[in-house]
Design a protein around this ligand. Structure first.
Ligand code: NAP
Length: 439
């Protein structure tokens, strides 16, 4: 059979892994695809830079247009990242009638509609397995393996950098900033880690999964999003004492006729599989009405795990599978989308930590505020502290000590109005921490 000729646009971490697989495992891939998959062109910004993977002479260039317009090229693999040049690469390739494979969740989140529409008009396909959870085949699982199910919930750790930092903070009892510096040194965090640690990356990924699983397109602004960059070690330790782990959890689930979504550091019971995912790993828990619960775990990033997903997409394109499955994906909202639950109506349990004045009646004041907003307490931790010297010396200053409260379920709106009143209480001092607890 005729080969599938590929142009690789981007030859960095992931591009290097893809080239390695295509060049070194060509026989295996040809067998799986039923035809050779041939790397014909590689495009980068600076072809003169030394590369970890050596390419045949004359293959690398910096001319994107030439590669896309080359009539020999069947499929364009976009691995440059970002939403500007990558957008042009994908749109131009589709306009030329070439199938596209990409690992770029930011691009699909920002320009997915236009890209999918152009692909549909051009009768081409866009394959994007590597854009969510790296090596975990989550797109294929939702769109093919679970096609008989109604997906009821997705609960996932989708950012390896954040999970690595949380794991190290707890294991080594080190503050966020110190672990971040170590993660950057080890290559687990980018020089600018903002999108990983502020929850944006995980939010982009959960919106892609939401679109596939529920057919609903959700803007990032429509659901609560918080990263790990403001977390304190103390909360990880208190959570442990209560039998929980803090994880940056992305959630999308059906609640009645609505879709509840959030990406937040969340307390998860320690014995649950998702609480036990450590280091830079990802996990996705899916619940379908026929299959029940499924857990998929593995490397959510890295050159070879991500290349594994990109090359699986290339095999799907080569066999013609992608051309059959792509039009079936729930990307065009042919049915009414599931409406999003307004954030103030999301009902959960919460972990609260305040510094409170160490004097009588403090808990009565706090419980009064919470109680008047319909929030009931499940437990309280206040550790004994030594008698304060200043009190013994007759000082007027009332010392503050930490108090941790676990609540029963209540709506986010109830907590928001209670927060306003708690802030005004003289007995409650900063920090005031509120983290959701997973069911
Ligand atoms: N890294 C991961 O573990 C991972 C995991 C999942 C998904 N992804 C996604 O995969 C994509 C690639 O990530 P990466 O980590 O491989 O990035 P990277 O290491 O920064 O590599 C980017 C490559 O693109 C080239 N490039 C950038 N702008 C270009 C332009 N305008 N024209 C031509 N070439 C250009 C660069 O050329 P030079 O080499 O000359 O600079 C480089 O080879 C991103 O969308 C990312 O989100 C990455």
């Amino acid at each position: 059979m005729s080969p599938l000729n590929v142009a690789l646009i981007g030859f960095g971490n992931v591009g290097g892994g893809v080239a390695r697989l295509l060049l070194e495992k060509s026989e295996r891939l040809a067998q799986r695809a039923g035809r050779p998959i041939v790397l014909k062109r590689v495009v980068v910004r600076d072809p003169s830079r030394p590369r970890a993977v050596s390419l045949p002479d004359g293959m690398i260039s910096s001319d994107v247009r030439e590669a896309i317009l080359d009539p020999q090229i069947d499929t364009v693999v976009e691995l440059i990242g970002g939403t500007t040049a990558a957008h042009d690469v994908v749109m131009d390739a589709l306009a030329e009638g070439k199938d596209v494979v990409t690992a770029n969740k930011a691009l699909l989140c920002t320009h997915g509609d236009a890209i999918f529409e152009r692909a549909r008009t051009a009768k081409c396909c866009v394959a994007f397995e590597a854009s969510v959870a790296g090596g975990i085949p989550i797109v294929a699982t939702i769109s093919q393996g679970l096609a008989a199910n109604q997906i009821n919930s997705i609960e996932a750790i989708l950012n390896g950098t954040s999970n690595f930092i949380l794991t190290e903070m707890l294991a080594k009892r080190v503050a966020y900033q110190d672990v971040l510096a170590e993660a950057q040194r080890l290559g687990y965090a980018e020089a600018d880690p903002t999108l990983d640690v502020d929850g944006t990356d995980a939010a982009q990924k959960i919106t892609l999964l939401t679109r596939l699983a529920f057919g609903t397109k959700v803007p990032l602004s429509a659901f609560p999003r918080q990263g790990i960059d403001t977390l304190e070690l103390a909360d990880l330790i208190y959570a442990e004492e209560l039998g929980y782990r803090v994880k940056l959890l992305g959630v999308a689930k059906r609640v009645g006729s609505k879709l509840e979504m959030h990406v937040q550091p969340t307390l998860v019971r320690r014995e649950k599989p998702i609480a036990q995912v450590s280091g830079a790993y990802n996990m996705v828990r899916l619940e379908g009405d026929a299959v029940g619960s499924l857990w998929l775990s593995g490397a959510g990033a890295g050159a070879m795990p991500t290349a594994s997903a990109v090359v699986a997409d290339l095999i799907d394109v080569a066999t013609g599978r992608a051309a059959r499955t792509f039009p079936q994906l729930d990307l065009w909202q042919s049915h009414p989308p599931l409406p999003i639950q307004p954030p103030e109506d999301i009902e959960r349990r919460y972990y609260l930590r305040f510094n409170v004045e160490d004097r009588p009646h403090v808990f009565a004041e706090i419980c009064d505020v919470l109680g008047r907003h319909g929030i009931s307490l499940a437990s309280i931790i206040q550790h004994e502290v030594p008698e304060h010297d200043d009190r013994a010396a007759g000082s007027d200053a009332v010392p503050a000590i930490p108090a941790v409260l676990m609540t029963h379920r209540a709506r986010e709106g109830q907590f928001r109005t209670a927060d306003v009143e708690l802030e005004k209480l003289a007995c409650v001092r900063t920090p005031r921490v509120r983290l959701p607890v997973a069911d």
